[in-house]
Design a protein around this ligand. Structure first.
Ligand SMILES: [Zn+2]
Length: 63
């Protein structure tokens, strides 16, 4: 199972999709949504909102 490379929390498909979308699509190690938000210097709410936008655009990472 994939875990966050920073805090060790188990990752959801959404966490992985968000990391790929925001950081690097080819990555094989990921951050959870919280650590991703910290890394980017934004709030988790903003990440959630962007994910929802991507999903509505039909992004396959979030289906
Ligand atoms: Zn984490």
């Amino acid at each position: 199972m994939n875990v966050c490379m920073k805090c060790g929390k188990p990752l959801t498909r959404i966490d992985i999709g968000a990391y790929k979308k925001f950081i690097n699509r080819g990555s094989t190690r990921f951050l959870c949504k919280q650590c991703l938000a910290d890394h980017l210097g934004v709030s988790v709410e903003l990440i959630d909102r962007k994910i929802e936008e991507f999903r509505q655009q039909g992004c396959t990472l979030f289906l």
